[in-house]
Design a protein around this ligand. Structure first.
Ligand SMILES: *Cc1c(COP(=O)(O)O)cnc(C)c1O
Length: 430
């Protein structure tokens, strides 16, 4: 695609964007009296305007029905979570019985490890990316200790080569093969939260299976960002949260995928709760846990309906737009950000800024991570002050995620204008 760093060009791209009108379906923050440029959908997505109605519906039903709402309200709460399944399954490319929305991300990962991390004396290692998201590191550390093992021996971290920021697919594959018979589990962020690198999950899963290990992924930064086909890719399990690209509000309910070859097997061990128990006999309250076949059999508790109402509103927008169209726009939008960013930064050779996300669009979603080489946090603070909402990750990275559902090409052009003026000030101050 041929880009130009100009307002006309940005507006022309917006005029050709079939998803442009989606922007109006979201609430756009106005901070200190100024509309902001919002590039933090990878951390907390914006609020779909429809959320309010969806939540209000459930509040009204609760007011009118009380406990009878479990079966008699418009969307009976007894089976409310089922309303989220088809759209969630489409997002990750799973069959409906392979997906369920429940709990939250780290909680779900611990529950999935109950099923998929069952170390033996000889096969006990977990391979993961170096500098994984802290919650994932604590998950791995405590899971390993729970089984009486030492993290130093059981957790194998893979790091980029010297002078590089991202992992090479061939290096991950080589590490899987190196630990071969000792490897119990490959566990990676599908998209790395820090660099924005997107891995070839199908290829990694195939290599993990070759050596006899399971492959599971944390899709916090992948879901709603990239089209996926987890069923076809033979992924064993995955989990995600709904407040990043899925725009379902802070801390809202997460989702899991469990491949049917495990999920339909009642002998796959999992922790039990009444919501995972056979629906026919749930209210008989007898002893003897008999799980629902499929991912629903991993549920523990009855579903938090108010939060799920927000997720439902957002998932309807994903269905309306379609992941293929979102990805097509995302490629163009992130490509435009990369172009505008480089165009601006070239004018300031004294200030070293570099994008550490892979330049190959096939290895990234919408996020670009920028490393501040020659400057410090001042650049980030000045951007915030000027109305750019991005995020800073220690020690020296700014993450920018233009989201195809609600960001425009004009947002990117305007970001370039702000960046130019901030860099000019820093240059003068230096
Ligand atoms: C956002 C994120 C989390 C957050 O976990 P919660 O349990 O939802 O608080 C975990 N892991 C990764 C990789 C994330 O990006």
């Amino acid at each position: 695609m041929i880009y130009q760093n100009s307002l006309d060009s940005a507006r022309w791209l917006d005029s050709k964007d079939p998803l442009a009108s989606m922007r109006e379906r979201f609430c756009h923050p106005v901070i200190k009296g100024k509309p902001v440029l919002y590039f933090t959908g990878n951390s907390l997505g914006l609020q779909p305007k429809a959320v309010k109605d969806h939540i209000e519906t459930e509040l009204t039903e609760w007011a009118n029905w009380g406990v009878e709402g479990h079966f008699h309200s418009k969307n009976p709460w007894y089976s409310y979570h089922e309303l989220l399944t088809p759209a969630s399954a489409r997002l990750v490319g799973g069959k409906a019985h392979e997906v369920v929305c429940m709990n939250s991300l780290t909680t779900n990962l611990h529950l999935l490890f109950v099923s998929f991390y069952r170390p033996t004396a000889t096969r006990f290692k977990i391979l993961c990316e170096g500098k994984a998201f802290p919650s994932d590191r604590y998950l791995l550390e405590t899971q390993v200790q729970f089984h009486g093992l030492r993290p130093e021996e059981a957790i194998i971290e893979i790091f980029p080569r010297d002078g590089e920021h991202c992992l090479r697919q061939e290096d991950i594959e080589a590490a899987i093969r190196e630990h071969g018979d000792e490897l119990a589990l490959l566990f990676l962020g599908g998209v790395n939260y820090f660099t924005g690198q997107w891995f070839d999950l199908a290829a990694l899963t195939a290599v993990a299976h070759e050596v006899g290990a399971f492959a599971g992924f944390d899709l916090a930064h992948a879901v709603g960002n990239l089209p996926m086909a987890l069923h076809e890719w033979q992924v064993d399990f995955a989990a995600w949260c709904s407040y990043k690209y899925l725009n379902a509000s802070a801390g809202n309910v997460g989702g899991v995928f469990i491949h049917e070859r495990h999920g339909l097997d009642p002998d796959t061990f999992r922790f039990g709760g009444w919501w995972g128990h056979d629906k026919e006999n749930r209210f008989k309250m007898e002893s003897g846990f008999s799980p629902i076949l499929g991912a629903e059999g991993w549920q523990l508790s009855n579903a938090p309906v108010l939060g799920m109402a927000a997720l439902k509103a957002s998932l309807e927008l994903f269905d309306e737009a379609g992941m293929a169209a979102l990805r097509a726009k995302s490629l163009a939008l992130t490509g435009y950000l990369e172009f505008v960013f480089n165009d601006v930064v070239e004018q300031f050779p004294g200030i070293g800024l570099e994008i550490i996300t892979p330049a190959d669009p096939a290895q990234r979603g919408c996020q670009l991570s920028v490393r501040l080489k020659g400057t410090d946090r001042r650049l980030f603070d000045a951007l915030t002050e000027a109305g750019v909402i991005a995020d800073f990750r220690e020690p020296d990275v700014i993450r920018l995620a233009p989201v195809p559902l609600y960001n425009s090409f004009e947002d990117i052009y305007r970001f370039g204008v702000v960046l130019t003026s901030v860099l000019r000030q820093l240059e003068v101050a230096a």
